[in-house]
Design a protein around this ligand. Structure first.
Ligand code: MG
Length: 154
């Protein structure tokens, strides 16, 4: 039974890679690309679906990687900007985890699942999806996440 939906952010719901010069900016410890990234989905529709899923007892969790080689200050600033980005779209969320670049995302949520309960991962990284053992995965670069999530609404 699906009890949790785990969202990546960059390249999954926020178009970080569509921000001009995003990589040099991140390397210069500039958080603006995270703030300026456009949403990749109709966030009102997404929030509406997620609220319904929450009412069914499904937890909505964000697990996002912090920048590679980022300083502690930059990590802290990144985490705050990413939370604000979600907040501006009223993204319904039970948990938010900003973790080290490359961290195993399942480690953030595994303990919250009881035996037989599954978590769906929505993540644009093939490597991350391939390493997911907690349930199904969704590739937001080829699959319509709104349709898939709406399909879970009872
Ligand atoms: Mg990503």
């Amino acid at each position: 039974m699906i009890k949790m939906i785990v969202f990546d952010m960059d390249g999954t719901i926020c178009d970080l890679y569509g921000v001009s010069n995003w990589l040099p900016k991140l390397r210069a410890s500039d958080v603006s690309p995270y703030r300026d990234a456009s949403p990749m989905w109709d966030m009102e529709k997404l929030a509406d679906i997620l609220h319904k899923l929450q009412k069914q007892g499904i937890k909505i969790v964000v697990v996002t990687w912090l920048g590679l080689g980022a300083s502690p200050e930059y990590k802290k600033a990144t985490s705050a900007v990413k939370r604000d980005w979600l907040k501006q779209y009223d993204f319904p969320m039970d948990e938010f985890h900003a973790v080290q670049y490359g961290a195993t995302k399942a480690d953030s949520v595994r303990k919250k699942l009881n035996p037989g309960e599954e978590a769906i991962l929505i993540d644009d990284s093939k490597k991350v999806r391939n390493g997911w053992r907690l349930g199904p995965t969704v590739n937001p670069t080829v699959q319509n996440i709104l349709d898939i999530l709406a399909g879970l609404v009872q």
